[in-house]
Design a protein. Structure first.
Length: 155
C-alpha cells in the first residue's frame, strides 16, 4: 500500500510541475492545482482499487504494470468528469485549453509508474501469504548457496 500511496503523491507533484507553463495565466495555474487537489482522490482511489485487483490476478508483473498505467487514464477521466458533477467548473469538456490538464495528470501518473517500476514489480510479485515469489534463477542461487563445495564440482 505504501508503494501505491508514494506513486499517488509523486503524481500530484509531477502534475504541478507539468502544468507550470500555465503560469502565463497565474489564475489558471492556481485553479488547476486547486481543482486537481479537489478531485485527485477519485483518480487515486481508482488507481489503488485497480492495483489491488491486478495484484490478485495471475500474470506477469509487466502486463500488470501496463494495465495499471492504462487504468490511470480511466481514473483521470472519471475524476475529470467529477469536476462537472461537483460543479467546480462550468462545462469542462467545452473549454479546449482546459483539456490539457487531464493530459498532464495522465502523463504525471505514467512518469511515476515508470520511475517506481521496481517497487511495482515487488508489489505485484508478493504472494498473499506474505512471502515473496522467487524466480527460478533466485531458487537455483539458493540451492547452490546451501550445498557444500564438493557437491558443486562436476564429476
Amino acid at each position: 500500500m505504501s508503494t501505491l500511496l508514494k506513486i499517488f503523491i509523486q503524481a500530484i507533484g509531477w502534475y504541478a510541475v507539468l502544468t507550470i507553463p500555465s503560469l502565463l495565466l497565474p489564475i489558471m495555474y492556481l485553479m488547476s492545482i486547486v481543482i486537481a487537489l479537489a478531485v485527485c482522490w477519485i483518480a487515486g482511489l481508482f488507481f489503488i482499487i485497480a492495483a489491488k485487483f491486478l495484484k490478485a490476478l495471475p500474470g506477469n508483473y509487466r502486463y500488470k504494470t501496463i494495465s495499471l498505467a492504462a487504468s490511470t487514464l480511466i481514473g483521470v477521466l472519471i475524476a475529470f468528469r467529477f469536476i462537472g458533477v461537483f460543479k467546480l467548473c462550468d462545462d469542462v469538456w467545452e473549454e479546449k485549453s482546459f483539456l490539457l490538464f487531464p493530459v498532464a495528470a495522465v502523463l504525471a501518473s505514467w512518469i511515476c509508474i515508470y520511475r517506481n517500476k521496481l517497487e511495482l514489480a515487488a508489489f505485484f510479485t508478493v504472494e498473499p501469504n506474505g512471502g515473496e515469489a522467487l524466480t527460478a534463477e533466485m531458487q537455483s542461487m539458493d540451492i547452490h548457496q546451501n550445498s557444500s563445495p564438493s557437491e558443486n564440482i562436476p564429476s
